[in-house]
Design a protein. Sequence first.
Length: 495
Amino acid sequence: MSVRVRFPPSPTGYLHVGGARTALFNWLLARRSGGVLVLRIEDTDRERSSDAHTRAILDGMAWLGLDWDEGPFFQSDGVERHRAQALRLLAEGKAYRDFSDPAALREEAAARGVGHPSVLAREKADALGAEEAEARAAAGVPHALRLRVADGTTSWNDLVHGEMTFRNEDLDDLVILRADGSPIYNLAVVSDDAEQRITHVIRGDDHLSNTPKQVLLYRALGLPVPVFGHVPMILGPDGKRLSKRHGATAVGDYAHAGILPDAMVNFLALLGWNPGDEREVMTRAELVAAFSMDRVQRKSAVFDTEKLAWLNGQYLARTPASELLPLLRRRLGEEDPPLLPPGTDLARSAPADWPAETRGPWEAALVDLLKPRARTVVEMARQAEPFLSAGVRDYEEEAVARHWARDPAAVRVRLERIESRLGAVAWDEAALEDAVRTLAEEEGVGAGKLIHPLRLALTGRASSPGIFEVLVLLGRARTLERLAAARKHLARAAP
RNA sequence: GCCCCCAUCGUCUAGUGGCCUAGGAUAUCGCGUUCUCAGCGCGAAGACCGGGGUUCGAGUCCCCGUGGGGGUACCA
């Protein structure tokens, strides 16, 4: 029998990382086993569900590269089936009508010290008798339907927790159909999972205590019980369930923060699972090949954004410039103020004297320079800034203090000498490096004494990619312009 | 309250009775490479929640406690 798994998000919000991880484990299992992943939108909570949320979730899946094989199905399309099954249970005597008022029932249960209100509901139903119940129902008296849970225990063999057993007395005579005729979640899920012939239910362990109820429902309905696997939840840094107050929890937030989908998938896979060896940076194919439910952790995991950032940095360094370019371009447009007018090509920021014929596209060279030292696309955008603006916007205060302020007059002279050397030298890394180092020797100073002030003059910052690479990327004309501007700035500061 | 799950470095984890003076990764710190930053290389520091058992031997099995999490709805 081939594996059929499902991912059933509620469209009551965006796709959050916990959901994404559950989706990923299902996807991994499906792909690993050559099975099928079914996407089902559980939209029965009409109040909170919306099409916009459904789209957001689908977008999140698409971004992560998690494709599904069947669906999306909508749970709301199955309500007639759910209702019919509830009624069938009633007809078979496996469920009963509950005419009581829920609030009153709770109060009475509390007053009498009865653990479960449903035992009262059952008492009342039994006292009422089947005939009277039918009469009332026929008269249109509103009532819910409850499953009659027999004594005994309910067990299943969980893929991650092993043998699980619950005492039925600790379970409710759960409502399966509300007084308004709408089916309750546990019934809808069981019905849909059976309808969609789901063989493995892989979900968060917050569903652990729903499972015995669902097993009871499968049995009552005479449906095959799937295999269950309850994966641990994802926690915030404080050890509490991950939620909005921890900051970014939506998958889209991470896309926006410049995380690559492959990195996110890799990171999520490692949250509660490991391949059994010491690999960490793994491609999708490697993840699929290595995945197995029996290496899923039982303990919940803290979502560590630092490690995500590290992993993302690993991916950035390995991703070709051509793939990063569109992401960087979009991000540049999102900066405030935009570093690049949205929709514009990055190539238009290239210096006029860039020799594309020998060095290839300027924007690709830029990305290759930036990507090894950035952990996110957002960082790349920030580091790209000095290469995009017409001139240096402002000189970092701290950098000025360190590299210029001590002896502005001397710095000015040195910049001037660099400027005159660079006017004539061939514009490639080796020649530039030679020119600068030769000058340093002639001046009798370490190369750093030239390089640091030069970096500040060209980028406005104390740190950047290697200075000679920066020079190459800036081109001669811009370099000379910026040097002149820097000298002017220095002259104003210390005439 | 009741039911359930969980418990190894700050974090993600390896570990399925002797291979553990507990391994890796990240984060932190130091050194090196070097024009800065990042990276990379090397190194340091850092954990078996507590108590009882079982056993020749326990991080590994059992019990209790403690802590954390989930559930307890005519929510999903």
